[in-house]
Design a protein around this ligand. Structure first.
Ligand SMILES: Nc1nc2c(ncn2[C@@H]2O[C@H](COP(=O)(O)OP(=O)(O)O)[C@@H](O)[C@H]2O)c(=O)[nH]1
Ligand SMILES: [Mg+2]
Length: 470
């Protein structure tokens, strides 16, 4: 048990309040922020008819919905703003900073009563790419980068080219230019593992993109590879650790800059995560079907890496232990549940399609989940729509939804079917017409005491709050 877990147990004994810490992770656009808003709305205004929880009812404990930041300086999730945006019929803006939703709740079921402090993390997906820095010295991180891009997640030619350039680089600008080139090529190949992640999403909340490698490269040309221009760092290949390698002179400098970056950007988040007991990894299966095999591969690598960070340290499974030694410094959590959630399930018609959605997510991450070393009853794959934006006309095999941001009018359209398995890579391209799942606009009532319609939110809540029938 970590020190933190001991503190938590003591706190729970004194206060009679359980603390449940939840990490919601997933790549950009997988639906985390919308989920948090709907979840908070339902818990603050629980209506068992809208969200049945095995006989439990939830009421918020008065006065604990402070805005701003909590005692540790962690920003609190801007629930009111996000809800207002959704009630205005627009999706929330992209998440630029991490934040925590904190809800003090009283749960009742007959004579049973529980007081729960629920804390849920909302994290911009980009930051997950920095997690491998956790617990690693600069040198260990360099080794990890070599492993990760040199075979474990697929062999990266741009990384090999970068290593060759680094070994012969004479000046820092030359070295940094070579690393930026590598980042740009990875970006163009849809990789989600761009680190340091502030290149993609600055701490000033500026997000950078581009249509091609060159365009992305132009957009990051002046962005520091580290906290600022004076504290830049890049991984050095093994050749640079040889006694008389010229690039060795940069070692000390990079060690310092790397340490500063880790302390400022990575450690606060991973410290928080150390005390997590429930993990939900979100995946936008429908988006992947639309975007083709490159994005699928990138998401699979990214998700597996994120999930494995939470593997139980004491896992009895030797495969897990072997993997951890090889590539992960993992988060020493007390985690006891991990779920993968296929989101936006309201964009398809019927239970059958939603089951297929779940199956596709299981094919991607099922094996990784089982290997985390958790009790099999506490891992699983679910599908969900945090807000249901469509009406279902089963007989016509059609959906009705607002497809246009400007009008209130509903459009009725034939919804595409989810395939039974991931398509064959060669016969699956970007924008494949078979996977035309429409984007819709949110439906939140202006009245806050009417939480939004949803699909399957209760299944997530039951697991998150441990409300399973006994
Ligand atoms: N139809 C539907 N679309 C959703 C739902 N949740 C998210 N979306 C879509 O996915 C986008 C990204 O959601 P968001 O929560 O911001 O993703 P995040 O980057 O993981 O926080 C939104 O702008 C919506 O277009 C949902 O429950 N139903
Ligand atoms: Mg977000």
């Amino acid at each position: 048990m970590s020190n933190k877990s001991i503190y938590r147990s003591i706190w729970e004994t004194i206060s009679g309040e359980e603390r449940i810490r939840v990490a919601v992770l997933g790549s950009k656009g997988s639906g985390k922020t919308v989920f948090l808003t709907s979840l908070a709305n339902h818990l603050l205004n629980h209506d068992p008819a809208r969200c049945p929880l095995n006989g439990w009812t939830v009421t918020p404990v008065e006065g604990d919905l402070a805005a701003g930041s909590d005692a540790d300086g962690i920003p609190l999730y801007p629930y009111a703003d996000a809800r207002k945006s959704l009630a205005d019929g627009v999706w929330p803006h992209k998440t630029k900073d991490w934040s925590v939703l904190r809800l003090a709740l009283r749960l009742r079921n007959g004579k049973r009563r529980r007081d729960v402090l629920l804390e849920v993390l909302d994290l911009p997906g980009e930051r997950v790419a920095d997690f491998p820095m956790l617990g690693r010295s600069y040198r260990e991180w360099c080794e990890w980068m070599g492993h990760a891009f040199g075979g474990v997640f697929g062999s990266s030619d741009p990384y090999k080219a970068y290593c060759r350039a680094a070994a012969s680089a004479k000046e820092l600008p030359e070295l940094f230019a070579a690393y930026r080139r590598f980042l740009a090529e990875e970006y163009a190949a849809c990789s989600l593992s761009l680190t340091p992640s502030t290149v993609k999403l600055g701490r000033d909340a500026v997000s950078r993109a581009g249509g091609s490698a060159d365009e992305f490269l132009a957009n990051i040309a002046d962005v520091p590879l580290g906290l600022d221009a004076e504290r830049q760092f890049v991984p050095l290949p093994p050749a640079c650790f040889e006694p008389d390698a010229p690039c060795r002179e940069w070692l000390k400098r990079f060690e310092r800059s790397y340490g500063a970056y880790r302390r400022a950007v990575v450690d606060p988040i991973t410290d928080w995560l150390e005390d997590v007991n429930q993990l939900f990894y979100f995946v936008d299966v429908l988006g992947l079907l639309q975007r083709g095999p490159d994005v699928y591969n990138a998401e699979k690598a990214f998700g597996a890496q994120a999930l494995r960070m939470f593997a139980r340290a004491d896992s009895a499974n030797s495969l897990v232990r072997g993997l951890q030694r090889l590539l992960d410094t993992f988060i020493r959590t007390r985690i006891d549940g991990a779920h993968v959630v296929a989101t936006k399930a309201d964009r398809v018609l019927s239970e059958e399609n939603r089951t297929r959605l779940k199956n596709l997510a299981r094919r991607m991450f099922g094996a990784t989940l089982l290997n985390l070393g958790l009790d099999a009853r506490h891992v699983g794959v679910l599908s969900c729509a945090a807000v249901r934006t469509t009406d279902e006309y089963l007989r016509e095999k059609a959906l009705g939804a607002r497809l246009d941001g400007h009008s209130e009018a509903l459009t009725t359209y034939r919804a595409a079917d989810v395939p039974e398995d991931w398509p064959d890579g060669n016969a699956w391209g970007i924008g494949d017409a078979r996977f035309d799942f429409q984007s819709t606009f949110p439906r939140f009532d202006r009245r806050e005491d009417r939480p939004p319609p949803h699909l399957g939110l209760q299944d997530i809540l039951v697991r998150m709050l441990s409300l399973q029938e006994t």
